[in-house]
Structures are given as structure tokens and as C-alpha cells.
Design a protein around this ligand. Structure first.
Ligand code: S3P
Length: 170
């Protein structure tokens, strides 16, 4: 069984790289944000607005646990804040492969601004300074919970996917 979890800040490339990995390995691609939206029949901004961030973090932990218990092949892309919840961290620690996609803050901001299809409530409701602090505060959590670190800067999606496969050894 192959399960590879991708973690990292918003805009780190988890979805694009996750889809590429899934295609290469011919295994399912799972996205925790998407699964939560489907389960609740609400968009991420609606969930934040109607139920709050803590509720969303609990849902993330539940979904991640469910995926792990199913023990089926899959590439699992997570929301950038999944590492904030203690339960999610415990589940992450039970996965053999957790890839932290590391990207500089300046690059992330550029990508988030360009990605108009994906509305990120935390980007919209934080000042530039507070958003940067969010990033700085989370960095050690990504480092702690990742079993592998891959830099996603000035490389193609294909190159990164190959690098991950080499490091994971599948
Ligand atoms: C969040 C990241 C988002 C989404 C939600 C909260 C975060 O996912 O889960 O808006 O706290 O970093 P992406 O990392 O896919 O943008």
C-alpha cells in the first residue's frame, strides 16, 4: 500500500503536485479540503463563516483519520493549516510518508494572489503582516510533521513529483 501525504502552506503546490503523483503511480488523488466540502455541501469560505475555524480543523482531523483507516493507496493533499490541530498531527505521525513542500513566503504570496479560483478566508481576513506571522509560526510545525522536505521553487511539477518518488522510494 502506498499513501503519501502532502503538507505545506497555502500555495505550496500540494494539489498540482499531488495530482501529478497520483497520475504517475495510477492511484487515487484525495484532497481533504474537497472531501470536507463534499461532506458538508459547503465551500471552504462558507464553512469558515458559518462554523468557524476550530470546527473546520476538527473536520480535517476526522477526514485524515478516515483516510488512514481505509488503508488504501492514495496521494493525500491537505489544507495548509492541518498541522495546527493536535489530533491531525497525531494522525500525520502514523503515515509513513509525509512530504513538506517548502516554498519562500514571497513566492507563496504571488501564487495565492494569482489563484483567483481558490478563495482562502485566512488570506482575505489577515493583514499582510499577520499573514506572514501565520507562515512563520507554522514553519516549525511543517518541519516537525514532514518525514521528507522538498523545495518547490523554480522546478516543474514533473521534476518535483520525480524527486518525491525518488525520496519516498516507490
Ligand atoms: C488553509 C488552507 C486552505 C484551506 C483553508 C485553510 C490554511 O487550503 O484548507 O482555506 O489554514 O492554511 P490550501 O492549503 O489548499 O490553500
Amino acid at each position: 500500500m502506498v499513501q503519501i501525504v502532502l503538507i505545506g502552506f497555502m500555495g505550496a503546490g500540494k494539489t498540482a503536485i499531488g495530482k501529478q503523483l497520483a497520475q504517475k503511480l495510477r492511484i487515487p488523488f484525495l484532497d481533504t479540503d474537497q472531501l470536507i466540502e463534499e461532506e458538508l455541501d459547503l465551500t471552504i469560505p462558507e464553512i469558515f463563516e458559518n462554523h468557524g475555524e476550530t470546527f473546520f480543523r476538527r473536520k480535517e482531523a476526522e477526514i485524515l483519520k478516515k483516510i488512514q483507516m481505509q488503508a488504501q493507496d492514495g496521494i493525500i493533499s491537505t489544507g495548509g493549516g492541518i498541522v495546527l490541530n493536535q489530533d491531525s498531527q497525531e494522525v500525520l505521525q502514523d503515515f509513513a510518508h509525509v512530504v513538506f513542500l517548502n516554498v519562500r513566503f514571497e513566492t507563496l504570496i504571488e501564487r495565492i494572489q494569482k489563484d483567483t479560483e481558490n478563495t482562502r478566508p485566512l488570506f482575505l481576513n489577515h493583514s499582510a503582516k499577520a499573514f506572514q506571522k501565520l507562515f512563520t509560526d507554522r514553519l516549525p510545525l511543517y518541519e516537525k510533521n514532514g518525514t521528507i522536505i522538498v523545495e518547490n521553487e523554480k522546478k516543474t511539477i514533473e521534476e518535483i513529483a520525480n524527486e518525491i518518488l525518488l525520496k519516498v522510494g516507490v
